[in-house]
Design a protein around this ligand. Structure first.
Ligand code: ADP
Ligand code: ASP
Ligand code: MG
Length: 411
């Protein structure tokens, strides 16, 4: 008998039929003898709908009210799932984040969990009932409802699994696991049976939406066993483990991210302290700078380009304009139409040919590389946004990610 925390994403509770299927799934788990705690997201695209509604009635959108609004989606879903369970003869109670014991800081729309006190959830389990918890929410020290941010239900599930000492945290979604790339982009993408925390964190940091990055970090910190799997079948999904890929793949996955823009500050004086001044000003303005490239010119001036989240470009532009003279720059421009394409694999540390093959593949496809950055187990290239999906597709093919690792050619 195992204690399982099972999280169902938006699609998995998207309509009454899906909700009844979740309940049937729980019935089967209970027949097998498992104890189950459910965490649910808002139904379908309801979170997006609620955000749109707020846009239609307000420009100020106070954080406290936004969190009251958004968490309503999960509250509705957990009550419905609990009802469906009761109909099947399974005693069940729904809980808001606050009732489930999630204590957070006071940062609305992006609250961090400070403590989980799962007394009521444990009591419900002890009585043989199935608790159903609304994801991505808690209560702050100011006793206000807080929302954990997009994808926060994964974080709720992992934190609860840790607090209850669960045997595993199962994240049920609309695909059968973590794939070698987004299966919506490349139909030959392969489901991985296993992936290391290091690799999955690089994937989630470079555009893979599943699981949410914070939940992966939390699972690693607390040693929670994480299993990403399909809500539509019983086929085992992807286990996330500390060890590197047992299949010993050199490359595990290709990801892409279109959420960033590129900013170029041109004609900057080529003297010590200028980069420090520029990036200090951006940091003080809370701009999240990512890749940075500097081209040194012969004439004593340089161009500095960097990437940043789309929504921060107005702030960054204002910040740079304010110091343009001080740093001797001639001006700045932003470019929204970029994408970052990344190759991830623990095996690249010991295989020097990976970068060359990546660049050759993009060049053969006529795709220009605008910026490059690397970590020990990742290489990222900035390309035109319109070329991102073809870049993903040619790289997936070149590294033969559609084949099992043992059948791939040497690099
Ligand atoms: P949920 O709502 O269940 O939490 P999301 O919709 O946030 O799940 O994320 C699931 C989606 O992520 C899938 O439908 C899939 O298209 C997409 N995705 C992108 N890259 C990958 C990948 N490498 N592996 C699995 N899914 C991916
Ligand atoms: N419903 C919220 C979202 O879409 C939280 C979640 O699903 O994790 O971001
Ligand atoms: Mg989601």
């Amino acid at each position: 008998m195992a204690l399982l925390v099972q999280k169902f994403g938006g699609t998995s509770v998207g309509d009454p039929d899906r909700i009844r299927e979740v309940a049937d799934h729980v019935v089967r788990c209970r027949k097998r003898g498992d104890q189950v705690v459910l965490v649910v997201s808002a139904m379908g695209k309801e979170t997006d709908d609620l955000l749109r509604l707020a846009d239609q009635v307000s420009t100020t959108k106070p954080g406290r009210e936004m969190d009251m609004l958004i968490t309503g989606g999960e509250r509705k879903a957990c009550a419905l799932v609990s009802m469906a369970l009761n109909d099947r003869g399974i005693d069940s109670d729904s809980f808001t984040g606050s009732q489930a014991g999630f204590i957070t800081d006071t940062i609305h729309r992006n609250a961090k969990i400070l403590d989980v006190r799962p007394g009521r959830i444990q009591a419900s389990l002890d009585e043989g009932r199935v608790p159903v918890v609304g994801g991505s929410q808690g209560v702050s020290a100011d006793r206000d409802v807080t929302f954990f941010g997009r994808g926060g239900s994964d974080t709720t599930a992992v934190a609860l699994a840790h607090a209850l000492g669960a045997d595993a945290c199962e994240l049920y979604t609309d695909v059968p696991g973590v794939f070698t790339t987004d299966p919506r982009v490349v139909s030959e993408a392969r489901k991985m049976d296993q992936i290391s925390f290091d690799e999955l964190l690089e994937m989630t940091a470079t555009g893979c939406p599943k699981p949410a990055m914070r939940s992966v970090e939390l699972a690693r910190t607390f040693g929670v066993r994480l299993h990403v799997r399909s809500a539509f079948s019983w086929v085992p999904g992807t286990w996330v483990t500390e060890e590197e890929n047992m299949e010993s793949a050199i490359i595990s996955a290709v990801t892409h991210d279109t959420s960033e823009a590129k900013m170029t500050v041109s004609g900057v004086s080529d003297r010590p302290g200028v980069a420090a001044q520029l990036f200090r000003a951006l940091a003080d303005a809370d701009v999240n700078v990512d890749m940075i490239v500097q081209n040194v010119s012969a004439k004593g001036s340089t161009d500095i380009s960097f990437t940043l989240p789309h929504e921060q470009t107005p702030t960054a532009t204002a910040t740079v304009e304010a110091i343009v003279e001080e740093i001797g720059a001639t001006g700045s421009i932003t470019d929204d139409e970029i994408a970052r394409v990344s190759l991830i694999g623990a095996g690249m540390q010991t295989n020097p040919g990976v970068a060359a093959t990546m660049f050759e593949t993009l060049s053969t496809a006529g795709i220009n590389i605008e910026m490059i950055s690397t970590s020990a187990i990742r290489i990222s290239c900035v390309v035109r946004e319109a070329e991102a999906e073809s870049a993903v597709s040619v790289l997936h093919g070149a590294f033969e990610l559609h084949k099992p690792a043992a059948e791939r050619s040497d690099l």
